[in-house]
Design a protein around this ligand. Structure first.
Ligand SMILES: *[C@@H]1O[C@H](CO)[C@@H](O)[C@H](O)[C@H]1NC(C)=O
Length: 370
């Protein structure tokens, strides 16, 4: 009966009936308790669920794994809501939580309650699913309760649970955010030694942190490791390194990476480009600065064409013509195609014709279009 009312029902209208039936049972067993726990969580009565959980503890019973999953999962979700709405969703929330967390009213009450439930059921041999465990780690990290997250992580590690890789990712990224460099690097090394494959996000977090702290040597080493391990870098990796080199006033390395980035078809943010541009000019590299400007403009033009932003593309094209930039064939083609697709080929033709008359000296004559 309880199973049907709590687990199968999709509307909350019977939860009070279920609760009444439950209260009539003299000494409920694990399953009755667990069913009612799930039912209360499912219909947003988490505070009631926590009370039932405590009763259960007093009766020396441990909820089933699925009930633990639901209860902790719900508290994690509540934690997010709490944060998003700026207030707590559950009104009658104070009483049960004072049992769990003395510090009621502070941020992250729900997640701390989840953590306590996690440890108390864990001690009795019932752990939630890997998914829910990582949900907890993730919420704790988000609230910068990193030490609590690490404690859970240690258990995951010790038990070699199959969510270990993802737990590593979450904890390393959180450590990077608060710049706990040594711990982050140590966990990364550990990850490698355990044959786990760090994801791009892990490399990026570490590289960003190291670059910001001016430890370029180590950042470079990580960049090498990721290349060797066939984890493809993205624009975030490149941007971090470019800024790192920028701060270190290494124009050659910064320029080289920016060019590489453009070759990959990625548009740098404007401040990344300006940083390198300024650096080049400060070092008297005017030709390179011009070359870079031209490459960036071409890239932007491609981006606009690809996105069908014809007006922006037209403006970019015109301004490039005014500046006397010549355009490579593939850029002219992309421009033409974009306009053709939108049925505005003539407009593109007019502009292209105009560009044919341009005969200024160019930086790279070999790539002149026409
Ligand atoms: C990287 O590319 C994505 C998607 O194009 C973009 O949203 C993001 O702002 C870029 N980040 C950097 C640092 O260039």
């Amino acid at each position: 009966m309880l199973y049907v009312l709590c687990k199968k029902e999709t509307s909350g209208e019977f939860i009070d009936v279920a609760l009444m039936i439950f209260r009539r049972i003299e000494s409920p067993d694990v399953y009755s308790y667990s069913n009612i726990l799930v039912g209360l969580c499912k219909f947003g009565r988490v505070e009631g669920a926590i009370e039932v959980f405590h009763e259960m503890c007093r009766a020396n019973l441990v909820p089933t794994r699925s009930a633990v999953n639901v209860l902790i999962g719900e508290l994690c979700k509540m934690n997010t809501d709490e944060e998003c709405s700026g207030k707590v969703r559950v009104t009658n929330f104070r009483r049960p939580f004072t049992i769990l967390v003395p510090n009621v009213g502070s941020k992250g009450t729900a997640i701390m309650a989840a953590t306590q439930i996690f440890w108390s059921t864990g001690d009795l041999g019932v752990l939630p699913s890997p998914f829910v465990i990582n949900q907890m780690i993730s919420e704790l990290c988000r609230l910068r309760k990193i030490d609590e997250a690490i404690e859970i992580f240690r258990l995951v590690e010790e038990r070699k649970l199959n969510c270990l890789g993802e737990s590593y990712t979450l904890v390393i990224q959180a450590l990077c955010e608060v710049r706990r460099v040594q711990e982050a690097c140590k966990l990364f090394e550990q990850m490698l030694s355990q044959d786990l494959k760090p994801k791009l996000g892990v490399y990026n977090s570490l590289i960003c942190m190291l670059c910001k702290l001016g430890n370029l040597e180590k950042a470079e080493r990580l960049f090498e490791i990721m290349n060797k391990r066939r984890c493809e870098a993205d624009n975030v990796t490149y941007t971090a390194l470019i800024h790192g080199y920028g701060w270190a006033r290494n124009w050659e390395a910064a320029y080289g990476l920016l060019i590489e980035m453009l070759k990959m078809g990625w548009c740098p943010h404007f401040h990344t480009y300006s940083l390198v541009d300024k650096l080049l000019k400060e070092h008297g590299q005017i030709d390179l600065a011009l070359k870079l400007a031209r490459k960036l403009e071409i890239q932007l033009l491609h981006k606009y064409c690809k996105a069908g932003r014809l007006e922006a593309a037209y403006e970019k094209f015109s301004s490039m013509l005014e500046k006397g930039f010549s355009l490579p064939v593939y850029t002219r083609d992309a421009f033409e195609r974009a306009f053709k697709k939108a049925g505005k080929w003539e407009i593109a033709c007019q502009l292209l014709k105009k560009s044919d008359h341009i005969s200024e000296p160019t930086i790279e004559p070999e790539s002149r279009g026409g």
